[in-house]
Design a protein around this ligand. Structure first.
Ligand code: NI
Length: 157
């Protein structure tokens, strides 16, 4: 595995609409491994492929709950409920935090690394993280949609 360079806001790759993945081959499985290692090394709770310079629809998430590491290929949110405003950060936007309105509960469909279809319903931090990471696949950063932004140091995703 390898630690990858995390692209920072201002890099055009972070503004791209990412491409659908046809088939998860060995090269993409290695990228998933490297993304997870990079996320853990950076103390993040989520990382999307464009953040390491690859504009494809793949994210890794681990919010330190019972799910452990979640790898999502071609994720799509199929249901949103409620709304909640909370603090967010991003490994691509260091030392900036902001309040972002998100759905309180989401159901997401995706494929795992073996191409098997999965469905997950989440609330709280995991729901927030899923929405944040999926925004990356559309070229949207949390600072583009935050209600307020501040400088500081805290958790990031
Ligand atoms: Ni982010």
């Amino acid at each position: 595995m390898a630690i990858l360079n995390i692209k920072k806001a201002g890099d055009p790759v972070l503004k791209e609409t990412c491409a659908e993945i046809d088939f998860v081959d060995g090269k993409l499985r290695k990228l998933l491994d490297d993304m997870a290692e990079t996320m853990y090394k950076a103390d993040g709770v989520g990382l999307a492929a464009p953040q390491v310079g690859v504009p494809i629809r793949m994210v890794v998430i681990d919010v330190n709950d019972e799910h452990g590491l979640i790898e999502m290929v071609n994720p799509v949110i199929i249901r949103r409920e409620g709304s909640e405003i909370d603090n967010e950060g991003c490994l691509s936007v260091p030392e900036i935090f902001g309040n972002v309105e998100r759905a309180a509960k989401v159901t997401v469909e995706y494929q795992n690394r073996r191409g098997k279809r999965q469905r997950l319903t989440a609330k709280g931090l995991l729901a927030r993280c899923i929405q944040h990471e999926l925004d990356h696949l559309e070229g949207t950063l949390f600072i583009d949609i935050a209600k307020s932004i501040r400088k500081g140091r805290s958790d990031s995703k």
